[in-house]
Design a protein around this ligand. Structure first.
Ligand code: G6P
Length: 362
């Protein structure tokens, strides 16, 4: 399919790849489903997951951010403890490993040298490994015991978008498969919930003009920006800030709402953009308190909430999805805001300065 590696009617690969996300989610549902509409995962991977007493996720960049969400999903659904580690830091401060560790490498390209270095090390210690990648046949895919394919299609833009959501979706499927094998009963239908996610993604990518306008309103002339969230939303604000800094060169940070008063709030000036995400009922009240605190100090606040938790002044209200799957949809406005912020600033969206699509040196 030529459309995979060509921009077609799009000005940038990044926007095309943002738009492809609903299709990728549907593709993943299809690829990991059997004739009876049950989730199917390779038998060896299933056995490795069941055997593990603890999972160690190793990744870099956006894949690391997806791993943070993956941890929450796997622990909640499958009940296996998970640690997430930045690949480049792992060897300096290697955690004490459990009796039966399983290593999961998340890597869009499958070529990240820092992740590979960890794989070489853990393999030499005799530990089992799975690579979750968009490129089967890549180095990490060949060298790990097993591979889980993302089915996202080639990702060309340096800033990763569809790989992030594909990684979360595939880890969700993996978690559900493990839960089923363990006899854990789920109170929701995961494939149906992922189908809802795909439709919600579509409703968001259909509103590009709105996000272009918001990006202009919040980021024009700005040197820095902050993203805040609690719980699940804290993981997404880290990805949101990475997206913005990568392509717009605005210095951006993602903070846990509760950490604001421990230092960050000192950075708030008149007009500083603060984007808050609120998709979880148990933190809605507290994160809104944080929004008020920064707003009282002059911040220009933008609130993205989930239907059912919204307030009238919210800038974006996301249609409802399952609470564990909110990162799959709350990240889409963040990707679009970053895209339009970069565009308004005349940045080279697909090829930001100093960055490479895959970093093959340690
Ligand atoms: C580079 C890319 C990022 C990516 C990271 C990890 O820094 O610019 O977009 O998230 O590498 O890449 P991987 O292929 O291992 O997911």
């Amino acid at each position: 399919d030529a459309s995979d590696t060509e921009k077609g009617t799009y000005d940038h690969f990044m926007l095309k790849e943002i738009d492809e996300q609903p299709f990728v989610i549907r593709k993943i549902i299809q690829e990991y489903q059997d004739e009876q509409d049950n989730i199917k995962v390779d038998g060896n991977i299933r056995a490795a997951m069941l055997d593990a007493d603890r999972i160690y996720i190793i990744a870099a960049g956006t894949s690391y951010n997806a791993g943070l969400v993956g941890k929450q999903v796997i622990e909640n659904i499958a009940g296996t403890p998970v640690e997430v580690h930045i690949a480049s830091e792992f060897s300096y401060n290697m955690p004490l490993l459990s009796k039966k560790p399983l290593f999961i490498f998340i890597s869009q390209s499958g070529e990240t040298a820092d992740s590979r270095a960890v794989l070489v090390k853990t393999k030499s210690l005799g530990h089992p490994s799975i690579t979750v990648t968009n490129v089967p046949g890549s180095t990490l895919s060949r060298e790990a015991d097993y591979t889980l394919h993302l089915y996202a299609g080639p990702e060309i833009a340096v800033a990763s978008t569809k790989a992030y959501t594909a990684q979360i979706a595939v880890l969700t499927i993996l978690a559900v498969d493990t839960a089923t094998e363990k006899g854990i009963k789920l109170n929701f239908d995961p494939l149906q919930e992922l189908g809802i996610v795909a439709s919600v993604m579509e409703s968001l990518t259909d509103q590009k003009e709105r996000f272009a306008k918001l990006a202009k309103e919040f980021f024009t002339g700005m040197r820095n920006a902050f993203f805040i969230g609690r719980s699940t939303d804290y993981f997404v604000v880290q990805e949101a800030s990475l997206k913005l800094k990568e392509i717009s060169y605005i210095q951006a940070e993602g903070f846990a709402g509760g950490e604001l008063k421990h230092g960050t709030i000192a950075l708030i000036e008149d007009g500083t953009p603060v984007i808050a995400i609120s998709t979880q009922e148990n933190v809605n009240y507290s994160i809104r308190g944080n929004v008020q605190e920064v707003s009282a100090r002059g911040a220009n606040t933008c609130v993205v909430s989930m239907e059912g938790l919204e307030q009238e002044s919210d800038n974006i209200v996301l249609p409802r999805v399952h609470p564990l799957l909110t990162p799959l949809v709350s990240v889409v406005p963040m990707q679009l805001l970053a895209y339009y912020a970069a565009l308004h600033r005349d940045c080279d969206v697909d090829k930001p300065r100093n960055l490479a699509k895959s970093v093959t040196v340690e």
